[in-house]
Every structure is written in C-alpha cells, then in structure tokens.
Design a protein. Structure first.
Length: 313
C-alpha cells in the first residue's frame, strides 16, 4: 500500500524533532547564574536589507570569557566588532574573530563574509576562520576566495608583512543537532522555516553560565519553542503587525511565509518564558519601536528589549 506523501513528511518532521530533543537532553543542564556573567550577548548588527545607516547587517556575538562566537555576517560585521572591542570587549578585536555560525545564506546575512575572511587576517589573525553553516556554505566560501585570489597572492608574496594562514577558511556544513562542543560551550543547531530556503537554522548556545537561543530568520517554529523553553536570553527576529497590514499583498504573502509578527512572537515568548527577550532584525514599515514593543507586551508581560546595534546583554 502506498503511503501518502503528506503523511511521510509529517512523520519525518516528528522524527527530526525527536532527534533534536534527544540531543538537547544530552546537553548540559541549565547553568547556574552569576553576578558577573561570563557570557555576554553583543548585537553587532540589527538591520534588514533596508539601507539604514544606524543599523548594520544582521550579526551578533556570544562572548564567553575571551572567546567570541559570531552568528551571521551581515554588512559591517568587522567594523561593529571593532567598535565593541573599543568599548572594552577584547574578544571582539578583529584579529581575534575566528568562529562564525551562519543561520542561512541570504545576502543580508552574508555580505560581510568577505570582510570577515580577509580584514582580520590583514590585521594579524593567523589561524583560519572556522565557519559552521548550511549546505551551500562551502561553495560560497570557495567563490569568495577565488574572487580575492590575487589580493591574497600580493599580500603573501609582496612587501606587505602578511602571514600565509589567516586568510584560510575551514567550513563545516551542518544539519540539525549538536554542531560545536569546545571549552565548556555547546551549540545545538535546529531547523526553522524561512520562505523558500531549503536550509535555515537557529542556534541554542549553552555556556557555563547562560543559555542563549538565536532564532535566525523564521516563521513561528514549534521546534524553537521546545529548544528554547526556559532559556536565559532569546534573540528573535520580528515584524510589526500594524506595519504588516500596510504592506502590499504580495509582500504580505512573503513575510507571512518567512518571518514572525509581533503578535506571533508574544505567543512564542509566552510558551518559552525566556529570562529576557531581545528583538532584532526588526521590520517596522511605518511603526515606531515603541509601537512594536507595545504589540508584544500587550500579550506577554515578561522582559523584552528592542535591540539596537552594539547593545550588550
């Protein structure tokens, strides 16, 4: 007897969710809080494809002691990291940027990737940049390296005192599950739905003193709710419901299939109950930040912050 395709898809989805939850159960239990956290979340860019001069492209860093774990590489990521370093977060000095986790390969999340590969090297990074990302990441990196091949040759073989290793990249293409476990930090990748992208991920980042969950670009995700439940900080994308209703119909169809509204995010927060909800990648479409927050807080009474570039939590 032939099983309908929709049933196979539903069963496959449940199996994937169970596998994720099993991996999550194997992770360390929720860490103890400390008065001075070893872990900080730094918003390096909260923007969207819109060219807003005070909001750079999507990127953040989870800084654990002296290690920086970057999530996404939107335009300006290295400059924003440099600005954070000048404000006292030494782990974000450009030459120390060595680890990157990509949620998906949309241009606004990856246009800073050539900058992240080459600028820290020019400034002294000696170790290769390590990247974890969805299928397609390796091909993207190979094309970037090919495009700047002559630049590398001139810097290595010419008079500039550049080392021969820091421009290199080590790519790990990931699927759902634990993708990183080093130095007391464990990172779980989980699949989310983002429009037509076949592979898009969020990340649960467990450190010695905090659990941070980053949604990536996504519609409301039952998997995210399960993975994020009770986390210390949830960083989630959002669009204004009021602004959404002012959009043309074709754009409403797209955003409803690719992103999360303020009303939907309030319900997600009610289920997850994070210690702090940080909204980012905000699409306002004529609404104000205050109006967006009001759309959330009218339905959820927990702590929520409108994220801005270089905010630290």
């Amino acid at each position: 007897m032939r099983v309908p395709l929709r049933i196979l898809v539903r069963v496959a989805g449940r199996i994937a969710l169970l596998a994720l939850l099993s991996a999550l159960a194997a992770c360390a239990s929720r860490p103890e809080r400390a008065g001075n956290p070893r872990t900080r979340v730094v918003l390096l860019g909260t923007g969207t494809p819109n060219a807003e001069p005070d909001r750079w492209g999507p990127a953040l860093a989870v800084v654990v002691d002296s290690t920086a774990l970057l999530v996404d590489a939107g335009p300006g990521v290295v400059r924003r990291a440099g600005a954070a370093a000048e404000r006292g977060i030494a782990a974000l000095e450009p030459a120390r940027l060595e680890r990157l986790f990509l949620t998906h390969l949309h241009s606004d999340h990856t246009l800073g990737l050539p900058d992240l590969i080459f600028t820290p090297w020019v400034l002294g990074r000696e170790r290769p940049l390590r990247i974890w990302g969805p299928p397609g990441t390796r091909a993207m990196v190979e094309h970037i390296l090919a495009a700047w091949e002559e630049d590398v040759r001139i810097r290595v073989e010419g008079l500039e005192p550049a080392n021969a290793t820091g421009w290199r990249v080590e790519v790990t293409e990931i699927g759902p599950g634990v993708v990183y476990s080093e130095g007391g930090v464990r990172i779980l990748a989980f699949e989310v739905h983002h429009g037509d992208w076949k592979h898009a991920f969020g990340y649960r980042i467990e450190t010695p003193d905090r659990v941070v969950v980053v949604s990536g670009d996504t519609t409301p995700s039952p998997t995210l709710v399960e993975v994020a439940r009770g986390c210390d900080i949830l960083v989630h994308e959002v669009y204004s419901q009021a602004g959404f209703l002012r959009r043309p119909e074709e754009w409403r169809r797209y955003h409803a299939d690719a992103h999360t509204s303020s009303i939907e995010l309030a319900e997600i927060a009610r289920q997850v109950r994070p210690g702090l909800l940080v909204v980012t990648h905000q699409l306002l479409w004529g609404s104000s930040p205050q109006e967006l927050l009001a759309e959330i807080t009218s339905r959820w009474k927990g702590r929520v912050v409108y994220g801005r570039d270089l905010d630290v939590f």
